[in-house]
Design a binder for this molecule. Structure first.
Ligand code: FAD
Length: 426
């Protein structure tokens, strides 16, 4: 969309320059809205190109309004994955229950969308790439805001520049957050599981369906998107987060392989595929909870500030809404007032969504034989009945929590608990 600058408006003042670290969901969405509000934007991404891959993700509630205002909703609707069936399996691979996904995902059929993560990043990037500067294969080396007039940044790739503001959109293990506030451990709320996702060949004859195998504390899923591609997903309970493995790919493979060493069903084939997967995404299931999202001229958005974990299914939606709110809050304010307005307007929404899941109580991933049997009994009832409001959610990143999906505010579901304001320029 064309930006309209009124005569005598901001044209006379130099555009404020913002550096965003991270080009996934939050980064490009923020770049889009800051550009619309008249900022000069640079995005630095450590990967050499836009990163596709990852488990399919949901865009729901308030976030749908954000993508609609960006003009990319039709494209995302076209990319929507129409999952037809969820089948749950026991330890021996026998069927426990097969159900219609709409009965358990916590979303609104016909309105919410689920897309490949790469389709969303690509749509966001395409919407903004001609208007802002992207620096791939680079990252921030140092940040210094001691001058009081801006943020002096040096880049790993060489060179230095000064920006009016810097925003960290660099994910759950954000380096920008570490620069500002210190080690991640202070803000990391571990939810008791680790997971690995990767794609593998669809040799199973699956089509637009998800199969999940469980034993206490372990889940293995195959999610077929179309006929060709299968997303493999392995989730396991672990008392402590494996901090040492976060930056060590081989350690991640070893951890997952050990956890599923004696597992049945298709798991041995999945472990073999894991060894060769070039798109492995491994992480602890965790949230980031911070008392403040900014310091001076530097702020955080998306997972860097408030990762909710895939158990809520709201990571991408929070990133999209947070980006819209941050850019709008800065539109006619300086950084101090703008960052304060962003937190003030967005924190309750974030917290309501993070609270969708409690520690160690993911209904989809029971850790004891008794809890697994209870879950299976519920799934059998659902399968017989076809709908139930108190169901667990699918690992399509939807709410897999046993907590309520409604926010306390006005009884609205957490996904829709924020009404997007109109900002000048949006
Ligand atoms: C390749 C990939 C696959 C994913 N797969 C899954 C999945 O299967 N399941 C799931 O629950 N979530 C997954 N996620 C996370 C999911 O995208 C986020 O939870 C959510 O969408 C919020 O997005 P975000 O933009 O805040 O953070 P993220 O999507 O995590 O994006 C952060 C971006 O910052 C970049 N970055 C990191 N550090 C630096 C640095 N120092 N300098 C510059 N750039 C940096 C990263 O390369 C990435 O592009 C994946 C993320 C990525 C990048």
């Amino acid at each position: 969309m064309t930006r309209i600058v009124l005569p005598g408006d901001v044209a006379a003042t130099p555009r404020r320059e913002v550096l965003i670290s991270g080009a996934s969901i939050a980064g490009p969405a923020l770049a889009y809205w800051l550009d619309r509000h008249g900022f000069a934007v640079t995005v630095v991404e450590k990967a050499s190109a836009l990163r596709g891959g990852g488990y399919p993700i949901d865009v729901r509630g308030t976030a749908l309004e954000v993508v609609e205002r960006m003009g990319i909703l039709p494209r995302l609707r076209e990319a929507h994955i129409d999952l037809r069936r969820l089948t749950f399996l026991g330890a021996d691979g026998g069927e426990i229950a097969s159900i219609d996904p709409h009965t358990v995902t916590g979303g609104v059929a016909g309105r919410d969308i689920e897309v490949r993560r790469g389709d969303l990043t690509d749509a966001l990037y395409t919407a903004v790439r001609d208007d802002v500067e992207f620096l791939f294969d680079d990252s921030i080396d140092t940040l210094d805001q001691s001058s009081g007039h801006g943020v002096d940044v040096t880049f790993r790739g060489g060179g230095s520049r000064t920006f009016d503001m810097v925003i960290g959109a660099d994910g759950v293990h954000s380096r920008t957050r570490e620069f500002l506030f210190g080690p991640e451990e202070q803000f990391h709320r571990y939810l008791g599981y680790c997971f690995a996702g990767f794609t593998m060949r669809n040799t199973f004859g699956l089509s637009d369906e998800l199969m999940m195998w469980n034993t206490p504390g372990r889940a293995a899923a195959l999610y077929a998107v179309g006929n060709d591609e299968v997303h493999a997903f392995l989730n396991f309970a672990r008392p402590e987060p494996p901090y040492d493995a976060f930056r060590d790919l081989q350690a991640q493979r070893d951890l997952v392989t050990d956890a599923f060493a004696d597992a049945g069903w298709e798991v041995p084939g999945m472990l073999a595929a894991l060894r060769d997967a070039d798109d492995l995404f491994f992480d602890a299931v965790s949230q980031i909870r911070m008392p403040r999202w900014s310091s001076g001229r530097v702020a955080l958005v998306g997972d860097a500030a408030y990762a909710p974990s895939f158990l809520t299914g709201q990571g991408s939606s929070l990133a999209l809404v947070g980006a819209y709110m941050l850019a709008g809050s800065l539109a006619d304010r300086d950084h101090g007032a703008g960052f304060a307005a962003y937190e003030h307007s967005t924190r309750d929404f974030v917290t309501a969504n993070q609270d969708l899941v409690g520690k160690g109580d993911a209904a989809l991933f029971p850790t004891t034989a008794r809890a697994l049997e209870q879950r299976n009994a519920m799934l059998r009832r659902l399968s017989a009945q076809s709908a139930s409001p108190a169901a667990p959610a699918a690992p399509s990143a939807s709410s897999a929590s046993s907590a309520s999906s409604a926010s306390s505010e006005a009884g609205r579901p957490a996904h829709s608990a924020l009404t997007l304001p109109e900002f000048r320029g949006s």
